[in-house]
Design a protein around this ligand. Structure first.
Ligand SMILES: *[C@@H]1O[C@H](CO)[C@@H](O)[C@H](O)[C@H]1NC(C)=O
Length: 223
């Protein structure tokens, strides 16, 4: 009897877990076509997911100011596009990856402008010897946790704030919230990232994500 009950509870737990896992959109469809940085899913919550990204090489044009996430992403992406098309010190073409990550540092009080860093993950085959380029920072990211919210459609300045607020609300009061609040990733501000997985001309299966990057003390939850 006790055994049956335990078994029942376990399968109940499993089905609950599977239900919540599948309620979060899975790996973005784009990542079945082109390379994306891999990550470990640490936890699936209600409306959010906690991931861990290992240290990898990313390319980012120098940070710049703007007032619009959409415009900043275009500007940053055009510079990255030059880089992958061979405008780099090795005159080497590089495969496109996803997502394009636009990191938004908090607004500067007076100008209302934010500092943007637009980045793209360097494909695995170039990670060992990524081409340097004028005006592009090619560097190794630290291992990092991300609280992630997915949304579909096109990223617009009007919906980014709503999605950021929704992610904040869904992690409030969870075991992750204090670590997220505490993490001020030096130089990268305590803002958020918008990760976009689709080209502007793709209309179906569009997936975007808001990321709050954070560290965990004592490597808790790390593998
Ligand atoms: C990250 O690194 C750890 C430790 O080396 C490894 O166990 C894990 O599989 C890696 N995760 C991914 C997604 O590559």
């Amino acid at each position: 009897m006790a055994w049956t009950l335990a078994k029942l509870n376990l399968s109940l737990l499993l089905s609950l877990f599977l239900a919540s896992a599948s309620s979060f959109a899975n790996v973005p469809p784009t990542c079945h076509r082109i390379e994306c940085p891999s990550y470990d899913v640490i936890h699936v919550g209600d409306g959010y997911e906690i991931r861990h990204y290992n240290s990898t090489v990313w390319a980012s044009p120098y940070p710049f100011q703007d007032i619009s996430v959409v415009e900043a992403t275009k500007t940053g992406f055009l510079r990255l596009f030059d880089y992958i098309q061979g405008k780099n010190d090795y005159k080497q073409k590089i495969e496109m990856t996803a997502p394009v990550v636009t990191e938004v540092a908090p607004k500067d009080g007076l100008s209302g402008e934010s500092i943007f860093v637009v980045s793209f993950y360097v494909p695995e085959k170039n990670q060992g010897n990524p081409p340097p380029a004028e005006g592009v920072v090619v560097g190794t990211s630290k291992p990092v946790y991300a609280a992630v919210r997915q949304f579909s459609g096109f990223v617009r300045d009007s919906n980014v704030d709503e999605e950021v607020a929704a992610l904040k609300a869904s992690i409030a009061g969870t075991e992750w919230s204090s670590a997220i609040k505490k993490s001020h990733r030096g130089g990268h501000g305590s803002g958020y990232c918008v990760a976009q997985y689709n080209a502007p001309f793709e209309f179906d299966d569009r997936v975007n994500e808001i990321w709050f990057l954070f560290d965990m003390e004592n490597g808790r939850h790390s593998n």
